[in-house]
Design a protein around this ligand. Structure first.
Ligand code: PLP
Length: 437
């Protein structure tokens, strides 16, 4: 059966642009998920975006639930963010020398995320997690790291590793180009399974430099931690002198102002940030306890650097974003809008008789084509993919842009209001009916 309601996909400017893109760009995209391999068809090429809407190369408007994969929490092209960038850009694009803006940013981040005594700015989430990992290894003098299946931490060699066949077997590279010798140092355990973590530490706890975890998983769709999971990781790390790293690249300033660590009341040693902190510009950051951060060069021996780190234009966009999300009631409203969207979708799926469930943490959400509550990777991978693909394309056709993969979280912005939610639910009613047919 065709994924498209009326048969063949319409010919579009996006189609032509995608053809042209493939000539000199691998797969036509600069990041693989954009190629729509997870849903089929041509990716939509965007031309502009404003508020809750993104406008494609043909001028068609979509309610956008991707939000550049998380950063656009205020909505697209927020006038105050654009003005801050425009003002700053007049003064030059980059100096490679310190600016006052960087101190303002560091002070602000450490105020919003109290577990961070010190912070270093970088240019992407990948750089943030990569640097945090190196720092944890340098600080502890240990080489092994633990990550969880289904968590994504950027394309860091040590973290592009899948589980071996048992909890304690050596990690295997999940991409050619990652040396097996390096992958062996990465142990991949099941998310939300504390017992497995305990067993692993009982055997080799003193060799483990760090645990890195998405405190709400957002890269196997959206899966919050089960009660006790994050608390247990904290306890185990304390017991074994292991560094606990929260990868809050997605959850930071997204699930609550102080991130998942504030929402769940668990304090990591190091935190990686990205996405929202740059307000749509290329920014990441890592930071944490002063004792650990003091090991970073030039204070300490662990090397880390960046030509464009702390870029003034990026700092201006990020600072204005952090200022606006600090307004009272921001997260209450964001969470309420997200909850309203999910309740509406659930009701329409139920009415159509489609097994469906949702997850939510603040302004991020997951949609699952299964009747079960999803709490782990295996469940996420066994949802009905065909139904998701049909739903995705039906929604796209009706002007709703969802993440083009069943394994990505969705994002609501402060620009999403009653009109956008209602339009989304109307489209969903028709789309679920299409699946039920
Ligand atoms: N960590 C998490 C939790 C992420 O979701 C991502 C990106 O989606 C990254 C790290 C990598 O960030 P970037 O794509 O900016 O390198």
């Amino acid at each position: 059966a065709s994924l498209f309601v009326d048969g063949d996909p319409p010919m579009s400017r996006s189609h032509d642009l995608f053809q042209a893109a493939q000539r000199h760009i691998p797969g036509g995209v600069n990041s693989p998920v954009r190629a729509f391999r997870g849903v089929g068809g041509d990716p939509v090429f965007f031309d502009s975006a404003s508020g809750a809407y993104a406008i494609d190369a043909d001028g068609k408007r979509y309610v956008d639930y991707v939000g550049s994969w998380g950063p656009m929490i205020l909505g697209h092209a927020h006038p105050q963010v654009i003005a801050a960038v425009q003002e700053r850009i007049q003064k030059g694009l980059s100096f490679g020398a310190p600016t006052e803006l960087e101190t303002t940013m560091a002070d602000r981040v450490c105020e919003l995320v109290p577990s961070m005594d010190m912070v270093r700015m970088v240019s992407s989430g990948t750089e943030a997690t990569m640097s945090a990992l190196r720092l944890a290894r340098g600080y502890t003098g240990r080489d092994k790291v633990i990550k969880f299946e289904g968590c994504y931490h950027g394309h860091v060699d040590s973290l592009l590793v899948k589980a071996g066949s048992g909890a304690l077997t050596l990690g295997e590279p999940s991409s050619p180009g990652v040396p097996a010798a390096l992958a062996e140092l990465t142990i991949t355990l099941a998310y939300n399974d504390l017992e497995q973590v305990r067993e692993t530490f009982a055997e080799i706890g003193s060799e483990i430099a760090c645990i890195i975890v998405e405190p709400v998983a957002g890269n196997m769709n959206c899966i919050p931690p089960v009660p006790g999971f994050l608390e247990g990781l904290r306890e185990i790390c304390d017991q074994y002198g292991t560094v606990l790293i929260f990868d809050e690249v997605m959850t930071g300033f997204r699930v609550s102002r102080g991130g998942a660590q504030e929402l769940f009341g668990v304090t990591p040693d190091l935190t990686a940030l990205g996405k929202v902190i740059g307000g749509g510009m290329p920014v990441g950051a890592f930071g944490g306890k002063r004792e650990i951060m003091s090991r970073i060069s030039p204070l300490g021996p662990v090397y880390q650097a960046g030509t464009l780190s702390g870029n003034p234009i990026a700092m201006a966009a990020g600072l204005k974003t952090l200022e606006l999300l600090s307004e009272p009631g921001f997260y209450d409203r964001l969470s309420a809008t997200t909850a309203q969207l999910l309740a509406g979708l659930q009701a329409r799926a139920d009415a159509a008789g489609i097994p469906f469930s949702t997850n939510q943490a603040g302004g991020m959400f997951g949609l699952f084509f299964t009747g079960e509550k999803v709490t782990n990777y295996e469940q996420a991978t066994t949802c009905n993919q065909d139904q998701f693909k049909t739903f995705f394309h039906a929604m796209l056709e009706r002007g709703v842009y969802l993440a083009p993969s069943a394994f990505e979280a969705g994002f609501v912005s402060m620009a999403h209001g009653e009109a956008e939610i209602q339009a989304t639910l109307d489209a969903a009613e028709e789309s679920f009916a299409l699946i039920a047919r």
